[in-house]
Design a protein around this ligand. Structure first.
Ligand SMILES: [Zn+2]
Length: 224
């Protein structure tokens, strides 16, 4: 080999090494990104998944507390495995307010008692607010919960479950909602109105007149 050939070979070797190291750096970078994406998916799936394992009885007994969005509103996830139909991509523009209590014996204000009663009827709201203002999420917003029954909103649409969220306050029909319930309800409504374009916030009695009387003794002036 003469000097020029040696120089050429050396040049080619350096070029190949340079390309190889560039490829290595690029691969390492994308692997890191992949891991990050997977981590995110695990977190998202863990908090919002409605997979069967997440609707087990043990989850009913041990609600997990999560910070919903960024406004610090505390919502305890307490997923049920009845009273709803999985859905995706539905448009939510109505919120229906209900009231209920445990009429099956024992403490009328028992959250677990109320949920057991829902189970016996195969119904559920999305959210349940107890007398102390604790908010429980029983069904994810995206899913269709069976809370409204035969009903109609003012613009004439029926099948209200399809486009609404249901919120239940625990109270007897002789009670009034507590201050804590009004406070939590307002905070929850503010969050949901930020998340969805809400056209109606209505009582169950307004969408099923003659058939339903809840929310009982409810002061609409206290809703912001
Ligand atoms: Zn109702």
């Amino acid at each position: 080999m003469n000097y020029k050939t040696k120089l050429l070979v050396a040049g080619i070797v350096i070029f190949i090494l340079a390309v190889a190291s560039l490829l290595y750096i690029k691969n390492a970078g994308s692997k890191k990104a992949e891991i990050r994406v997977n981590d995110q998916q695990v977190q998202i799936g863990g908090s919002t998944s409605d997979a069967p394992k997440d609707t087990s009885r043990s989850n009913l007994d041990k609600p997990s507390i999560t910070d919903a969005k960024s406004n610090g509103l505390k919502i305890q996830d307490k997923p049920v495995d009845f009273g709803f139909k999985p859905a995706s991509g539905r448009i939510i523009d109505t919120i229906v307010i209900h009231s209920t209590y445990n009429a099956m014996g024992g403490d009328p204000y028992s959250v677990d008692g109320v949920i057991a009663e829902y189970k016996s009827y195969g119904v559920s709201p999305h959210y349940l607010i107890d007398r102390d203002g604790n908010i429980y999420r029983l069904v994810e917003d995206k899913n269709i919960a069976y809370h409204a029954g035969i009903s109609r909103v003012p613009d004439g649409r029926t099948n209200v479950n399809d486009f609404s969220l249901g919120i239940e306050l625990i109270e007897k029909d002789t009670d009034h909602p507590t201050d804590a319930q009004y406070a939590s309800l307002n905070a929850l409504l503010a969050q949901l109105k930020g998340e969805y374009k809400i056209k109606y916030v209505l009582g169950h009695d307004q969408i099923a007149p003659g058939r339903k009387t809840d929310p009982w003794n409810f002061d609409w002036n206290r809703i912001r």
